[in-house]
Design a protein around this ligand. Structure first.
Ligand code: ADP
Ligand code: MG
Length: 256
Protein backbone atom coordinates (compact mmCIF):
# COMPACT_ATOMS: atom_id res chain seq x y z
CA UNK A 1 0.00 0.00 0.00
CA UNK A 2 1.07 3.60 -0.64
CA UNK A 3 2.33 5.71 2.19
CA UNK A 4 -0.50 7.98 3.31
CA UNK A 5 0.07 11.64 2.55
CA UNK A 6 0.77 13.93 5.46
CA UNK A 7 -1.94 16.53 5.86
CA UNK A 8 -3.83 18.68 8.30
CA UNK A 9 -5.86 16.81 10.84
CA UNK A 10 -9.32 17.75 9.59
CA UNK A 11 -10.41 15.18 7.04
CA UNK A 12 -13.34 15.81 4.74
CA UNK A 13 -15.84 13.10 5.61
CA UNK A 14 -17.05 12.95 2.03
CA UNK A 15 -13.68 11.51 1.10
CA UNK A 16 -14.37 8.46 3.23
CA UNK A 17 -16.58 5.60 2.15
CA UNK A 18 -17.61 3.34 5.02
CA UNK A 19 -17.43 -0.32 4.03
CA UNK A 20 -18.15 -2.56 7.00
CA UNK A 21 -18.27 -2.66 10.76
CA UNK A 22 -15.06 -3.96 12.37
CA UNK A 23 -16.15 -3.95 15.96
CA UNK A 24 -17.39 -1.76 18.72
CA UNK A 25 -15.90 -0.31 21.85
CA UNK A 26 -16.03 2.37 24.48
CA UNK A 27 -16.92 5.16 22.05
CA UNK A 28 -19.21 3.36 19.62
CA UNK A 29 -18.58 1.38 16.47
CA UNK A 30 -15.40 1.11 14.41
CA UNK A 31 -15.80 0.83 10.64
CA UNK A 32 -13.50 -0.12 7.82
CA UNK A 33 -13.38 2.79 5.39
CA UNK A 34 -11.79 3.67 2.09
CA UNK A 35 -10.28 7.16 2.07
CA UNK A 36 -9.85 9.06 -1.21
CA UNK A 37 -10.77 5.81 -3.00
CA UNK A 38 -7.28 4.61 -2.20
CA UNK A 39 -6.43 4.02 1.42
CA UNK A 40 -7.90 1.50 3.83
CA UNK A 41 -8.56 3.20 7.13
CA UNK A 42 -10.35 2.42 10.38
CA UNK A 43 -12.97 4.96 11.41
CA UNK A 44 -14.04 5.32 15.01
CA UNK A 45 -17.49 6.84 15.00
CA UNK A 46 -17.79 8.61 18.30
CA UNK A 47 -21.22 8.20 19.80
CA UNK A 48 -22.44 11.40 21.44
CA UNK A 49 -22.07 11.42 25.19
CA UNK A 50 -19.29 8.83 25.29
CA UNK A 51 -16.30 11.16 24.92
CA UNK A 52 -15.23 14.56 26.20
CA UNK A 53 -14.56 15.71 22.67
CA UNK A 54 -13.32 19.21 23.50
CA UNK A 55 -10.54 17.83 25.66
CA UNK A 56 -9.72 15.27 23.03
CA UNK A 57 -9.53 17.82 20.22
CA UNK A 58 -7.26 19.97 22.35
CA UNK A 59 -4.85 17.06 22.62
CA UNK A 60 -5.38 15.80 19.07
CA UNK A 61 -2.57 17.82 17.60
CA UNK A 62 -0.07 16.26 19.99
CA UNK A 63 -1.45 12.81 19.25
CA UNK A 64 -1.16 13.36 15.50
CA UNK A 65 2.54 13.97 16.00
CA UNK A 66 3.10 10.57 17.55
CA UNK A 67 4.59 8.51 14.77
CA UNK A 68 6.19 5.14 15.23
CA UNK A 69 6.10 1.91 13.21
CA UNK A 70 4.65 0.10 16.26
CA UNK A 71 1.94 2.66 17.05
CA UNK A 72 -1.38 2.64 15.20
CA UNK A 73 -1.16 5.90 13.27
CA UNK A 74 -3.81 8.54 13.78
CA UNK A 75 -4.53 10.00 10.34
CA UNK A 76 -6.98 12.71 11.29
CA UNK A 77 -10.51 13.52 12.31
CA UNK A 78 -13.81 14.69 10.97
CA UNK A 79 -15.01 17.09 13.61
CA UNK A 80 -17.35 19.45 11.82
CA UNK A 81 -20.46 17.31 12.27
CA UNK A 82 -21.61 14.52 14.54
CA UNK A 83 -20.73 11.79 14.80
CA UNK A 84 -17.09 12.77 15.10
CA UNK A 85 -14.84 10.39 13.16
CA UNK A 86 -11.39 9.42 14.34
CA UNK A 87 -9.51 8.03 11.37
CA UNK A 88 -6.61 5.67 11.96
CA UNK A 89 -4.44 3.12 10.25
CA UNK A 90 -6.36 -0.09 9.43
CA UNK A 91 -5.06 -3.29 11.00
CA UNK A 92 -6.50 -6.25 9.15
CA UNK A 93 -5.98 -8.88 11.85
CA UNK A 94 -7.99 -7.02 14.46
CA UNK A 95 -7.26 -6.77 18.16
CA UNK A 96 -4.33 -8.67 19.65
CA UNK A 97 -6.63 -10.20 22.25
CA UNK A 98 -9.01 -11.67 19.68
CA UNK A 99 -6.09 -12.76 17.51
CA UNK A 100 -4.50 -14.64 20.41
CA UNK A 101 -7.82 -16.27 21.20
CA UNK A 102 -8.49 -17.39 17.64
CA UNK A 103 -4.99 -18.04 16.21
CA UNK A 104 -2.75 -18.20 19.28
CA UNK A 105 -2.27 -21.98 19.05
CA UNK A 106 -0.55 -21.55 15.68
CA UNK A 107 2.06 -19.21 17.13
CA UNK A 108 5.38 -20.42 18.52
CA UNK A 109 7.22 -19.00 21.51
CA UNK A 110 9.48 -16.91 19.29
CA UNK A 111 6.48 -15.24 17.66
CA UNK A 112 4.90 -14.53 21.03
CA UNK A 113 8.13 -12.92 22.11
CA UNK A 114 8.26 -10.83 18.93
CA UNK A 115 4.73 -9.59 19.58
CA UNK A 116 5.78 -8.53 23.06
CA UNK A 117 8.84 -6.79 21.57
CA UNK A 118 6.67 -4.83 19.13
CA UNK A 119 4.73 -3.45 22.08
CA UNK A 120 7.95 -2.68 23.95
CA UNK A 121 9.24 -0.59 21.04
CA UNK A 122 6.07 1.48 20.97
CA UNK A 123 6.14 1.94 24.73
CA UNK A 124 9.80 2.99 24.78
CA UNK A 125 8.91 5.64 22.22
CA UNK A 126 5.95 6.89 24.27
CA UNK A 127 7.94 6.93 27.50
CA UNK A 128 10.71 8.95 25.86
CA UNK A 129 8.09 11.55 24.98
CA UNK A 130 6.63 11.27 28.50
CA UNK A 131 3.33 10.24 26.98
CA UNK A 132 1.42 7.87 29.26
CA UNK A 133 -0.81 5.30 27.60
CA UNK A 134 -3.10 4.68 30.63
CA UNK A 135 -4.91 1.67 29.17
CA UNK A 136 -2.30 -0.69 27.80
CA UNK A 137 -3.73 -4.22 27.38
CA UNK A 138 -4.02 -6.82 24.62
CA UNK A 139 -7.47 -5.46 23.75
CA UNK A 140 -5.82 -2.12 22.90
CA UNK A 141 -3.20 -3.54 20.55
CA UNK A 142 -3.92 -4.46 16.95
CA UNK A 143 -2.35 -6.95 14.54
CA UNK A 144 -1.58 -6.14 10.90
CA UNK A 145 -1.53 -8.54 7.97
CA UNK A 146 2.14 -9.40 8.50
CA UNK A 147 1.47 -10.12 12.21
CA UNK A 148 3.19 -6.99 13.43
CA UNK A 149 1.57 -5.77 16.62
CA UNK A 150 0.91 -2.07 17.13
CA UNK A 151 -0.32 -0.20 20.15
CA UNK A 152 -3.51 1.84 19.82
CA UNK A 153 -5.84 3.97 21.96
CA UNK A 154 -2.89 5.71 23.65
CA UNK A 155 -4.07 8.37 26.06
CA UNK A 156 -7.70 7.84 25.06
CA UNK A 157 -8.81 6.71 28.52
CA UNK A 158 -8.66 10.37 29.56
CA UNK A 159 -11.62 11.19 27.34
CA UNK A 160 -14.00 8.40 28.33
CA UNK A 161 -17.21 9.79 29.83
CA UNK A 162 -18.12 6.89 32.09
CA UNK A 163 -17.37 7.13 35.79
CA UNK A 164 -17.77 3.41 36.26
CA UNK A 165 -14.82 2.94 33.94
CA UNK A 166 -12.56 5.87 34.81
CA UNK A 167 -12.88 6.00 38.59
CA UNK A 168 -10.67 3.52 40.41
CA UNK A 169 -13.69 2.56 42.54
CA UNK A 170 -15.98 2.13 39.52
CA UNK A 171 -17.41 -1.27 38.64
CA UNK A 172 -15.82 -1.33 35.18
CA UNK A 173 -12.42 -0.09 36.35
CA UNK A 174 -9.69 -2.36 35.10
CA UNK A 175 -7.88 -3.28 38.31
CA UNK A 176 -6.38 -6.27 36.55
CA UNK A 177 -4.04 -4.13 34.49
CA UNK A 178 -3.46 -1.48 37.17
CA UNK A 179 -0.55 -0.94 39.50
CA UNK A 180 -1.28 -0.43 43.22
CA UNK A 181 -0.52 3.32 42.94
CA UNK A 182 -3.42 3.66 40.54
CA UNK A 183 -6.01 2.01 42.65
CA UNK A 184 -4.70 3.69 45.79
CA UNK A 185 -4.27 7.24 44.54
CA UNK A 186 -5.32 7.19 40.85
CA UNK A 187 -1.77 8.21 40.01
CA UNK A 188 -0.78 7.39 36.44
CA UNK A 189 2.82 7.54 35.28
CA UNK A 190 5.15 5.61 33.02
CA UNK A 191 5.53 3.02 35.81
CA UNK A 192 1.81 2.26 35.65
CA UNK A 193 2.26 1.60 31.91
CA UNK A 194 5.11 -0.77 32.81
CA UNK A 195 2.84 -2.69 35.19
CA UNK A 196 0.18 -2.96 32.47
CA UNK A 197 2.84 -4.09 30.00
CA UNK A 198 3.70 -7.01 32.29
CA UNK A 199 0.03 -8.02 32.34
CA UNK A 200 -0.10 -7.67 28.55
CA UNK A 201 2.92 -9.98 28.22
CA UNK A 202 1.09 -12.44 30.44
CA UNK A 203 -1.93 -12.19 28.13
CA UNK A 204 0.33 -12.91 25.15
CA UNK A 205 1.93 -15.99 26.74
CA UNK A 206 -1.42 -17.38 27.91
CA UNK A 207 -2.82 -16.81 24.39
CA UNK A 208 -5.31 -14.29 25.65
CA UNK A 209 -6.49 -15.57 29.02
CA UNK A 210 -8.27 -13.20 31.36
CA UNK A 211 -5.82 -12.25 34.11
CA UNK A 212 -6.88 -13.03 37.68
CA UNK A 213 -9.93 -14.76 36.33
CA UNK A 214 -11.35 -15.83 39.65
CA UNK A 215 -11.23 -12.52 41.51
CA UNK A 216 -13.44 -9.48 41.48
CA UNK A 217 -11.95 -5.99 41.86
CA UNK A 218 -12.17 -5.79 45.65
CA UNK A 219 -10.67 -9.22 46.22
CA UNK A 220 -7.91 -8.63 43.71
CA UNK A 221 -6.99 -5.30 45.20
CA UNK A 222 -6.46 -6.90 48.60
CA UNK A 223 -4.46 -9.74 47.13
CA UNK A 224 -2.16 -7.50 45.08
CA UNK A 225 -1.55 -5.30 48.12
CA UNK A 226 -0.45 -8.37 50.04
CA UNK A 227 2.03 -9.32 47.31
CA UNK A 228 0.01 -11.76 45.21
CA UNK A 229 0.94 -11.83 41.49
CA UNK A 230 0.01 -13.64 38.24
CA UNK A 231 1.48 -17.13 37.75
CA UNK A 232 3.99 -18.22 35.09
CA UNK A 233 2.15 -19.12 31.85
CA UNK A 234 2.96 -22.59 30.54
CA UNK A 235 4.38 -21.17 27.28
CA UNK A 236 6.69 -18.77 29.08
CA UNK A 237 10.25 -19.71 30.02
CA UNK A 238 11.59 -18.70 33.44
CA UNK A 239 13.55 -15.98 31.71
CA UNK A 240 10.48 -14.50 30.04
CA UNK A 241 8.49 -14.83 33.24
CA UNK A 242 11.23 -12.96 35.04
CA UNK A 243 10.76 -10.05 32.64
CA UNK A 244 6.99 -9.85 33.14
CA UNK A 245 7.28 -10.28 36.91
CA UNK A 246 9.77 -7.45 37.10
CA UNK A 247 6.98 -5.14 35.87
CA UNK A 248 4.94 -5.87 39.01
CA UNK A 249 7.07 -4.29 41.69
CA UNK A 250 5.35 -1.88 44.04
CA UNK A 251 6.59 1.71 43.95
CA UNK A 252 7.76 1.47 47.56
CA UNK A 253 10.16 -1.31 46.68
CA UNK A 254 11.68 0.48 43.69
CA UNK A 255 13.34 3.83 43.62
CA UNK A 256 11.59 6.84 42.13
P1 ADP B 1 -12.70 1.70 21.72
O1 ADP B 1 -11.28 2.10 21.89
O2 ADP B 1 -13.60 2.76 21.22
O3 ADP B 1 -13.20 1.01 22.93
P2 ADP B 1 -11.63 -0.27 20.10
O4 ADP B 1 -10.47 0.50 19.67
O5 ADP B 1 -11.42 -1.24 21.20
O6 ADP B 1 -12.77 0.69 20.54
O7 ADP B 1 -12.25 -0.96 18.84
C1 ADP B 1 -13.23 -1.97 18.91
C2 ADP B 1 -12.91 -3.07 17.92
O8 ADP B 1 -12.84 -2.57 16.59
C3 ADP B 1 -11.54 -3.70 18.17
O9 ADP B 1 -11.62 -4.74 19.09
C4 ADP B 1 -11.17 -4.19 16.77
O10 ADP B 1 -11.77 -5.43 16.52
C5 ADP B 1 -11.79 -3.16 15.86
N1 ADP B 1 -10.79 -2.12 15.50
C6 ADP B 1 -10.53 -0.97 16.16
N2 ADP B 1 -9.59 -0.25 15.57
C7 ADP B 1 -9.19 -0.95 14.47
C8 ADP B 1 -8.21 -0.73 13.43
N3 ADP B 1 -7.46 0.35 13.42
N4 ADP B 1 -8.08 -1.69 12.48
C9 ADP B 1 -8.85 -2.79 12.51
N5 ADP B 1 -9.79 -3.06 13.46
C10 ADP B 1 -9.97 -2.15 14.43
MG1 MG C 1 -9.89 0.16 22.72
Amino acid sequence: MDILPFGEWEINREEIILLQELGSGQFGTVQLGRWKQKYDVAVKMIKEGTMSTEDFLEEAETMMKLKHPKLVQLHGMCTIEYPIYIVTEYMSNGSLLSYLNSHGKQLNQQQLLEMSCDVTEAMVYLEDLQFIHRDLAARNCLVDKTLIVKVCDFGMARYVLDDQYTSSTGAKFLVKWSSPEIFSYSKFNSKSDVWAFGVLMWEVFTLGKMPHERFDNTELLKKIMSGYRLYRPRLSSDEIFHIMSSCWKEASTTSG
